[in-house]
Design a protein. Structure first.
Lengths: 285, 99, 103
């Protein structure tokens, strides 16, 4: 019947398309170094008055009025309470007597800029949020929600201890790591949701311009400020929360926090910002 | 004659060529669900597909099969569009890529 | 328990500039929780800054003020080393206050 044939055609096309996750031709080698260089150059050329480190402050570097308000607010930042809560949580022992300090190098101080990293044993990208929950589970504690206050406070504290340190994301010479990086890049540029936006639609094509009343941040340096205290949320929110809500805002059904797509896009965006300083936790409108 | 006029009036006010039956609704809903499931396998479902499916079911539960079938058909169209988006974006994404 | 009020006051000759960050849920009473039930109103109704026994800034707030409110203002007068007292009362009758030295 005609309808069934059309549907089968769609499925076949879909399956065929799925096979081409990696570049179609051998000539399209995955080259993160070249990508990062081009990415930075694009934004430096687009905003010649900004210094590289300005990009990590997102909309505040895009609009002078916002910038003044932000500088004032930074004297008494709204994220203070969350950072303090995170610090307290970080050093409070689990039921078995250990703390988060035992799970991380340098007791978790000043290491945020190394996340995400590619775990060669597991063959996957590990983000900071994921590492924190694994620490909990390894020590007999239940995992935290990736989109609620506790995870936000923990990552806010860790980001705070890394302020000023340049992103130092590594992609090992492993085809799986390169594939994860490339998948993150593909996710970033792919349109999704009924509104047909990709991440790039807002953060590459129109940074500094407005979406409704909000000023859009440039994609360069966007991970450096995470997690963020958003006035809209009246609180600190995680990277996971932002990825999920961005999806639903363009009318795309979000994935589960820390699904591969989200880990990989975090990997890609962090890598291309290598060298730019951590500014987290950030405050945003 | 009066019966014919009444029948004609009923057909005209139905708003479509045929008044939808429960069977019509069920078929349309199943098609929409199947398409949305396929979109799910492509990891590209739309929130509006889900809400339109829910609206279809709600109308059917209230006995309004015209509305339910219309919504189910719209849901199928949305699901198919999301499939198209997922498959075409597999190559089109490179057009947006910074090189 | 630590104070909910963080305050910083700086004197520049004639004028003293004050900033304060207050930890408070400021629930308006119009928002529903995930179960669909109204989160009861819980917000600061009165906020007062006093210098030399007299109020230099007072606010009558309602549910329209956001969580963890930030206040900034300046007043004529004040001397370095003197004290500024800050206190609030909320709709449940709870209070908190603190004093800070003008820097």
């Amino acid at each position: 019947m005609k309808l069934r044939a059309v549907r089968f055609g769609f499925s076949a096309l879909a399956l065929a398309a799925l096979a081409f996750v990696l570049p179609a031709t051998a000539a399209d080698k995955i080259d993160p170094v070249a990508d990062a260089k081009a990415f930075k150059k694009f934004f430096y050329d687009k905003f010649p008055k900004l210094k590289p480190e300005d990009f990590v402050n997102g909309p505040y570097s895009m609009d002078e009025g916002l910038h003044r308000q932000w500088v004032e607010k930074e004297q008494f930042p709204p994220y203070e309470f969350s950072v303090e809560a995170g610090k307290e949580m970080f050093t409070k022992p689990f039921k078995n007597g250990k703390t988060y300090e035992d799970c991380f190098p340098n007791k978790g101080i000043g290491i945020r800029q190394n996340y995400p990293y590619f775990d060669e044993k597991e063959g996957k990208v590990i983000t900071l949020e994921l590492a924190l929950n694994r620490c909990r589970e390894a020590n007999g504690e239940a995992a935290y929600s990736y989109v609620k206050d506790e995870m936000a406070a923990l990552t806010a504290y860790m980001a705070y201890t890394s302020r000023g340190k340049p992103f130092d994301i590594k992609i090992p010479d492993d085809p799986r790591a390169l594939a994860a990086y490339e998948q993150g890049k593909e996710y970033f540029y792919s349109r999704r949701g009924q509104l047909n936006f990709s991440c790039a639609t807002c953060h590459v094509q129109t940074p500094g311009e407005r979406i409704r009343t909000e000023v859009l941040a440039p994609a360069l340096g966007i991970m450096n400020a995470m997690p963020i205290y958003r006035s809209e949320w009246s609180g600190m929110g995680t990277t996971s929360r932002r990825f999920v809500t961005c999806n639903s805002q363009v009318r795309g059904v979000p994935f589960n926090p820390q699904d591969d797509e989200y880990r990989n896009v975090e990997y890609y965006l962090s890598y291309v910002a290598n060298g730019l300083p951590i500014s987290g936790p950030g405050a945003r409108p | 004659m009066k019966a014919k006029l009444v029948l004609l009036a009923a057909l005209l006010t139905a708003g479509s060529a045929f008044a939808a039956s429960e069977a019509d609704y069920k078929a349309a809903y199943a098609a929409a669900e199947a398409a949305n499931k396929e979109a799910g396998q492509l990891r590209n479902q739309w929130t509006t597909t889900a809400s339109t499916l829910a609206a279809a079911k709600k109308a059917a539960d209230a006995g309004d099969f015209d509305k339910a079938t219309e919504a189910a058909k719209e849901a199928e169209a949305l699901a198919k569009a999301s499939i198209f988006q997922a498959t075409s974006e597999k190559t089109l994404w490179r057009d947006l890529e910074i090189r | 328990m630590a104070s909910t009020i963080r305050v910083r006051a700086t004197n520049n000759g004639d004028i003293t500039e004050v900033q304060a960050l207050i930890q408070h849920p400021m629930d308006s009473g119009f928002v529903k929780d995930s179960k669909g039930e109204i989160i009861p109103p819980h917000f600061i109704q009165q906020l007062t800054f006093e210098y030399d026994g007299k109020p230099v800034f007072s606010a009558d707030w309602g549910g329209g003020v956001s969580k963890d409110p930030y206040v900034k203002f300046a007043f004529k007068g004040g001397k370095k080393g003197d004290e500024l007292k800050v206190s609030w009362v909320d709709n449940k009758g709870a209070t908190d206050s603190t004093t800070a030295k003008i820097g």
